[in-house]
Design a protein around this ligand. Structure first.
Ligand SMILES: [Zn+2]
Length: 250
């Protein structure tokens, strides 16, 4: 993200947006948030000198559902995506950007578009009193991935994970998809989480260190293997994102 002119959020999870927000604040990059819910959508361009996403949503709203849970009218992501692309083009070409430091609320039932001014919150946990103080991305990651609340003793912080990895008795297993693994990896065997089998001969004889992008899939995989009777399975808390943010284990 540090090298990007602008970052576009095309995710469907609130938690990921806190990560994008923290990373963009840290690197002083603008980003365009777009979210959809049933018949409505939201859009905002968060510039480095304005309000941030966490000023708008200080904490993760409870009982949020993703598109699969809440449902969304098929046209809504299309419309928000086009609005988002248009705002990005305006920003990149120096035209006025109505969504900059504003929240656009698009209502697909009433066909209304409202625009609210966003103000920086001096008490914001991300952008702080000065607007430049950013909390570490790994902290956000651990908070919003739910890894902190689970805190099982087989979930290892990056430093502990790095120490365990040095031992020949441990096998590193990257449980992301093959495409994610090929795009970037820190080594180890690639077995996507849904393909993990306790009786897989490749997993025999050594303790297993599972990792994924944010620590959610590896926690699920470790829990499954542990439920099947393997007590020597561990998960990297916060995933590769936390790993990369912890400079002393690189
Ligand atoms: Zn903020």
């Amino acid at each position: 993200m540090a090298a990007a002119d602008i970052v576009l959020d095309c995710t469907d999870q609130m938690a990921v947006r806190y990560l994008i927000n923290a990373a963009c604040r840290r690197h002083g990059r603008p980003w365009l948030f777009a979210g959809v819910d049933r018949f409505a959508g939201q859009l905002a361009l968060f510039a480095p000198d304005g309000a941030c996403f966490q000023c708008l949503y200080p904490t993760l709203p409870e009982q949020l559902q993703d598109c699969a849970g809440a449902g969304v009218l098929g046209i809504v992501p299309g419309i928000l995506g086009l609005l988002q692309a248009g705002e990005a083009l305006k920003y990149l070409t120096g035209l006025p950007v109505p969504s900059q430091n504003h929240l656009l609320l698009w209502d697909g039932l009433g066909l209304e578009l409202r625009r609210l001014r966003l103000r920086r919150d001096p008490a914001c946990r991300c952008c702080g009193a000065t607007g430049v103080a950013a909390i570490p991305v790994a902290t956000v990651c651990a908070t919003f991935s739910g890894a902190e609340s689970a805190s099982a003793d087989w979930e290892l912080a990056p430093a502990a994970f790095a120490a365990a990895r040095q031992s020949p008795d441990h096998l590193l297993v990257d449980v992301r998809s093959a495409a994610e693994y090929q795009a970037f990896n820190i080594g180890g065997l690639n077995i996507p989480v849904d393909a993990l089998q306790p009786e897989d001969p490749r997993l025999a004889g050594r303790a297993l260190l599972l990792l994924c992008q944010t620590g959610v899939r590896s926690r699920r995989g470790a829990a499954q293997l542990r439920a099947a009777g393997r007590e020597d399975v561990f998960s990297l808390r916060g995933g590769i994102l936390a790993w990369l943010e912890t400079e002393d284990v690189r």
